[in-house]
Design a protein around this ligand. Structure first.
Ligand SMILES: [Zn+2]
Length: 348
């Protein structure tokens, strides 16, 4: 039986939510990942130092790790899990950023109203209005993560955003800009155009196109923002992921919603993949004969781009079918009830 070991996997784009949902799902990521970039789009969004620290404590509590400040040994069944925290982008002043810099890993920018809980995001991309904040971030080495979609026609939103990436990249050459959850050939092409542009790619966008969402019966559990695009877009994403392009990282964008919010008139956007992401990635990379590149895609690239050193964790996967549960505590995962090709055998 084929076996593959991954060291310190990192999920560079994760929604853990809050309250009961957080309590229910956080440990699923903490089980198989060493750390994750935590999205700040709560209600209200995370935008002060106090909120950020309190949210991190709630996450550590939910995954069974004591908060660091009580000087207890970290403990959980499967080693540590580092929530790499983010703030919701607003125009912040440099003193504030300097004060909070040690507590966060990145700042996440949402265009206003583009996805779940992003109403307070950026309304127009006035570079001069954003300049003091973005220059301060560059000086403090705080990366900017961007949800790159306009409010145009749904299939064109990401491609239309490329000139905003272009203008951010050229106006702020010392700022690390991460194009989050890219879904198009246009975004892939941007990677080699500007030294300071990077990207995350989800596992679902490596697997599905729009056909899988609405080509037959509509599949609410595959509905997400950005929407899955054309097969040729997926092929472009696959190419850079499978080759472990050094500017590309895995970010699941795993986004849980209660089942009744997905199977509803007015279906919430988001695909829940956290508990099956590594198994699916093994299957994709093994089928393409590129399993040796998976380590870079799920950890090494992110470590060098963000300059982070996750705690040691070793995940052993085997090529043995895994039947995906129908739900995880009321959240329906991608491929619910279906069999996928790889399983997690052990975590050390
Ligand atoms: Zn997201």
């Amino acid at each position: 039986m084929k076996q593959h070991t991954l060291l310190m996997p990192l999920d560079m784009h994760l929604h853990l939510r809050d309250g009961i949902m957080l309590e229910n799902i956080a440990s699923l990521s903490a089980y198989s990942f060493s750390g994750a970039i935590i999205m700040p789009n709560l209600v209200p969004p995370v935008s002060t130092k106090e909120e950020l620290i309190a949210y991190k404590e709630r996450i550590l509590h939910a995954v069974g790790i004591e908060a660091a400040d009580d000087e207890m040994e970290e403990f959980s069944d499967n080693g540590g899990f580092e929530p790499y925290m983010t703030l919701f982008y607003q125009n912040y002043d440099e003193d504030f950023l300097a004060e909070v810099a040690d507590e966060l890993t990145a700042i996440k920018l949402y265009p206003a109203g583009i996805t779940t809980n992003s109403e307070g995001g950026v309304k127009n991309f006035d570079i001069e209005e954003m300049r003091p904040t973005l220059e301060a971030m560059a000086r403090l080495d705080i990366p900017l993560c961007v949800h790159g979609e306009t409010d145009g026609f749904v299939m064109d939103r990401e491609a239309e955003f490329m000139n905003i990436y272009e203008s951010l990249a050229t106006n702020f050459p010392d700022l690390k800009i991460i194009m989050e959850h890219i879904t198009t050939k246009e975004a892939v092409d941007m990677l080699d155009k500007h030294a300071n542009l990077y990207a995350t790619i989800t596992v679902h966008h490596l697997l599905i196109s729009l056909d899988d969402v609405i080509g037959g019966m509509m599949k609410p559990h595959l509905f997400c923002k950005p929407i899955a695009k054309r097969p040729e877009d997926r092929d472009a994403l696959l190419k850079v992921a499978l080759d472990a392009h050094p500017k590309v990282m895995f970010g699941s964008d795993s986004a849980p919603h209660p089942q009744h919010k997905k199977e509803a008139c007015g279906c919430a956007a988001g695909v829940f993949t956290a508990p099956i992401a590594l198994q699916l990635l093994c299957e994709i990379f093994e089928k393409a004969g590129k399993l040796d590149n998976l380590q870079s895609f799920v950890s090494d690239n992110a470590q060098s781009i963000y300059g982070i050193c996750p705690e040691f964790k070793e995940i052993i996967l085997v090529q043995e079918p895994f039947k995906v549960p129908e739900t995880y505590k009321g959240v329906v995962p991608m491929y619910a009830g279906e069999s996928i090709g790889w399983s997690i055998e052990d975590v050390d």
